[in-house]
Design a protein around this ligand. Structure first.
Ligand SMILES: O=c1ccn([C@H]2C[C@H](O)[C@@H](CO)O2)c(=O)[nH]1
Ligand SMILES: [Zn+2]
Length: 132
């Protein structure tokens, strides 16, 4: 998984900025655009817990807010020893912009898992459904 080493490293850098006074669970994400730019994000919690934004969506919203909407891959790391999988809301948001891409997870030991988007969210509800 050599090609994803830089992406995972960027996710780890972003994780350091995680704002997590409540859960203490840091997450970092790095998004690879179709033209090989990288956007990063961390989770940002709130005293009103439901207002929390996950690292994955932070990265995606940063990119989309700059006009970039096509992605090839997203790397996700956390302060846990285990792999951290994107939550259901983030899978739905990832699917809006990255149907063919890959989701890369790294655990604390540096082991990497790569999933096709469809393996993590089969039968995705997308734009096409609204036009049927
Ligand atoms: O894939 C995930 C899973 C959880 N979180 C965040 C949300 C919250 O701040 C903390 C605990 O759920 O981790 C993410 O950012 N991404
Ligand atoms: Zn999430």
């Amino acid at each position: 998984m050599e090609k994803y080493k830089e992406l995972v490293a960027k996710a780890r850098e972003a994780m350091e900025y995680a704002y997590v006074p409540y859960s203490k669970f840091k997450v970092g994400a790095a998004l690879l655009t179709e033209d090989d730019k990288i956007y990063t994000g961390c989770n940002v919690e709130n005293a009103s817990f439901g207002a929390t934004n996950c690292a994955e969506r932070t990265a995606i919203f940063k990119a989309v807010s700059e006009g970039v909407t096509h992605f090839k891959a997203i790397a996700i790391v956390s302060s846990s020893t285990d792999f951290t999988y994107p939550c259901g809301i983030c899978r739905q948001v990832i699917g809006e912009f990255m149907k063919q891409g890959e989701i890369i997870l790294e655990n604390a030991e540096g082991e990497i898992k790569v999933y096709a988007f469809n393996d993590l969210l089969p039968h995705h509800f997308g734009q096409e459904e609204l036009n049927k």
